[in-house]
Design a protein around this ligand. Structure first.
Ligand code: SAM
Length: 240
């Protein structure tokens, strides 16, 4: 299947944003819970339609979200206006060429976007923009084998989620999300993702951040690095 950049299409960005706004809060809460108190400035790399930025803005004085997709950022901006959230700013930038200085942020997050980058390039950059005393929190999907390369696997997962979404968000929302997830262009996009296995994910972080720690979350892993402070589980180990 040929890769299509769904985030440059208005229709797909709109449907992706709807899915994200409807379902992602619970997932983002896991990230929010890892952030130490009283942090002043956060950056969310590859913020998409901004759901995580808006939740971070409830905890942190100033939040910056960056993304290469102007369309997704326009949804993020509109939502921040609708919710009258003023301490968040969205910047259209490529994180491979970040417009920030080293050690600029107390908190750096990135949610399900590392697989769009070369991790050998991205992880040292993420690390370099965390202030001393700050933290880096990166979630990404992981895949053992190649099941995520098969459209049928995604279709089955989408149907499996339908009853839960129906119960939580109603038929209309659940059907809209299902229709998007089984659309040809979305399937082409997700089937062409290059995902790391759990051990590859862990090893690539440990290569650049030896005291990084890991937590299982949904169908992926969160890498957590708190500079100069350890969590209540051992570096390198995966906590469920
Ligand atoms: C799967 S989406 C995740 C968006 C958001 N973090 C979320 O959890 O919904 C991946 C995002 O990464 C962005 N992206 C991909 N490559 C990027 C790059 N080099 N710099 C900045 N953003 C990028 C895409 O535009 C897209 O918004």
């Amino acid at each position: 299947m040929e890769k299509e950049n769904v985030y440059q299409s208005y229709r797909h960005s709109k449907e992706y944003s709807f899915w994200e706004y409807t379902c992602a809060k619970e997932r983002y809460q896991k990230i929010i819970d890892l952030i130490p108190q009283q942090r002043k400035i956060a950056l969310d790399v590859g913020c998409g339609s901004g759901g995580l930025c808006l939740m971070l803005a409830g905890r942190i004085e100033k939040v910056v979200g960056i993304d290469v997709s102007k369309i997704l950022l326009s949804f993020a901006y509109r939502r921040s206006c609708d919710e009258a959230i003023k301490n968040v700013e969205f910047v259209n930038a490529d994180c491979e060429n970040l417009p920030f200085f080293n050690t600029s942020f107390d908190v750096v997050t990135s949610y399900r976007m590392l697989h769009h980058l070369d991790p050998d390039q991205a992880i040292p950059v993420f690390r370099s923009i965390v202030k001393p005393g700050g933290c880096l929190i990166v979630f990404d999907f992981i895949s053992e084998g190649n099941r995520h390369k098969k459209p049928l696997w995604h279709i089955m997962e989408s149907f499996k989620d339908f009853p839960t979404y129906y119960k939580r968000y109603g038929f209309k929302a659940a059907f809209r999300i299902l229709k998007f997830r089984i659309s040809k262009s979305w399937l082409c996009h997700v089937c062409s993702d290059e995902l790391l296995s759990e051990s590859e994910f862990r090893n690539i972080f440990l290569k650049y951040i030896p005291d990084c720690q890991f937590i299982h979350s949904f169908n992926g892993v969160i890498a957590v690095w708190q500079t100069g402070k350890s969590l209540n589980f051992a570096p390198g180990k995966i906590k469920s």
